[in-house]
Design a protein around this ligand. Structure first.
Ligand SMILES: [Zn+2]
Length: 159
């Protein structure tokens, strides 16, 4: 059998549209539905070790037991880390370039053991520090669609 050299290959450039949908699953569907309909944030609580995770998980990341309990967390929380993004890129939520600068953070919601990544309304790094208190700002009810972006961003509320 003749082995072709790499230089023998031709390359074809094409753009493919690949729309797809997949099930959010039982836990994530409940989480997103509650965000959309009630502007409340649900987490799962492990009845074995007490760990609370958001978004809700079927299995506890701490002890691997099935997480069967839902609890409300937030909407307030604490800034665990943050960044102000100045480099433009295509926003995976919208498919268009996100205006820069914008704040991005990991927020530990009250009553929760893990961090939730989301946008911040504050973009002045001199006004941001770890430990600041923040609060979820939801879209108006008629604009919510059952997505993580139903939370517009977190706003800084102080110390
Ligand atoms: Zn556990």
């Amino acid at each position: 059998m003749r082995r072709e050299k790499e230089k023998d290959y031709l390359y074809i450039t094409l753009h493919t549209e690949l729309p797809y949908r997949y099930s959010a699953g039982r836990y994530m569907s409940r989480f997103l539905t509650t965000l959309r309909d009630e502007a409340r944030i649900l987490a799962s609580r492990c009845t074995h070790c007490g760990t609370v995770l958001v978004p809700p998980r079927v299995v506890c990341g701490n002890c691997f037991a099935e997480m069967e309990e839902f609890v409300e967390v937030g909407p307030r929380g604490t800034l665990k880390t943050f960044s102000v993004i100045n480099f433009p890129f295509i926003d995976p939520f919208t498919g268009v370039q996100r205006p820069v600068p914008y704040g991005y953070a990991i927020v530990q919601l009250d009553g929760c053991d893990n961090g939730l990544p989301h946008f911040l309304d504050e973009i002045d790094v001199h006004k941001l520090r770890i430990g600041l208190r923040v609060e979820a700002v939801f879209k108006p009810q008629d604009e919510r669609e059952g997505a993580m972006t139903d939370i517009l961003h977190f706003r800084v509320i102080g110390d």
